[in-house]
Design a protein around this ligand. Structure first.
Ligand code: SF4
Length: 114
């Protein structure tokens, strides 16, 4: 066997393997950063993509805030509160569409009747 041929072949294969592993690691990095971006993009508590302009205006007109200024009055104990569905962090309100925090509040707050 010719030693120089063998060394050339070894170098060619080594370079190919190194290039391929570099390419794979870049693909893996991109995939994990994409996954992080999509994980933050689908947070249901900040997703207003399906909410109409009218509902956004109603929400604002009623003075909705994510954190109630009155600890004894919050969405979680309001009569118009719609509790979160299984596996969801946010609930809703009967007055408008869109995510509503348990700790939220608006000027229409009414005590639960039960
Ligand atoms: S009416 Fe106001 S306080 Fe009551 S659940 Fe809806 S947003 Fe919250």
């Amino acid at each position: 066997m010719n030693p120089s041929y063998s060394r050339r072949k070894f170098m060619a294969v080594g370079t190919s393997v190194f290039g391929l592993s570099l390419l794979l690691s870049r693909c893996r990095s991109k995939s994990s950063s994409d996954a992080k971006e999509s994980a933050t993009a689908i947070d249901p508590c900040t997703d207003f993509s399906g909410v109409s302009e009218t509902d956004l205006k109603t929400r604002k007109k009623l003075g909705y805030v994510d954190q109630s200024p009155r600890p004894e009055s919050k969405c979680g104990n309001c009569n118009l509160w719609l509790p979160p569905k299984a596996g969801k962090a946010c609930g809703g309100c009967m007055l408008f569409k869109g995510p509503v925090h348990t700790t939220g509040y608006c000027t229409y707050w009414a005590p639960q009747s039960n």
